[in-house]
Design a protein around this ligand. Structure first.
Ligand SMILES: Cc1cc2nc3c(=O)[nH]c(=O)nc-3n(C[C@H](O)[C@H](O)[C@H](O)COP(=O)(O)OP(=O)(O)OC[C@H]3O[C@@H](n4cnc5c(N)ncnc54)[C@H](O)[C@@H]3O)c2cc1C
Length: 88
């Protein structure tokens, strides 16, 4: 059922998930190994792997609604621009 099961078990372990399998983002991954020593904290939709984003139902803690998923998609675009800017 959409939203009830994340079906994200194909992801590598570097992309951390919560105890129900939803992808963790933002403050929840600040202590992930890949963020240790990073010059910036993870963005609100950024996963335990810098530069990888998760939005919508699959994201841990997300509001399981269509408008929320679409809005997070739009937010992720800005997050990606910000992340790319740190490599310039
Ligand atoms: C019965 C029901 C009623 C709902 N009613 C409402 C409502 O009235 N209002 C509302 O706002 N929300 C409602 N929702 C919730 C809404 O449908 C979801 O919040 C929304 O669809 C989430 O969008 P999403 O893009 O995050 O995920 P999804 O819509 O689930 O899209 C994810 C897509 O990824 C695909 N996918 C999965 N794994 C892979 C893979 N490995 N490779 C490639 N593709 C893959 C899936 O097939 C799917 O097409 C309802 C949900 C259900 C189940």
């Amino acid at each position: 059922m959409i939203g009830a099961k994340p079906r994200a078990d194909w992801l590598p372990p570097e992309i951390e998930r919560d105890n129900k399998g939803f992808v963790k983002t933002g403050a929840a991954v600040a202590d992930a190994p890949a963020w240790k020593g990073a010059k910036r904290p993870p963005g609100p939709l950024e996963t335990s792997r810098p530069g990888i984003f998760a939005v919508g139902d699959v994201r841990s803690g997300s509001v399981k609604r269509a408008a929320a998923a679409v809005g997070e998609g739009g937010m992720a675009v800005e997050g990606i621009h910000q992340a790319l800017g740190t490599y310039a």
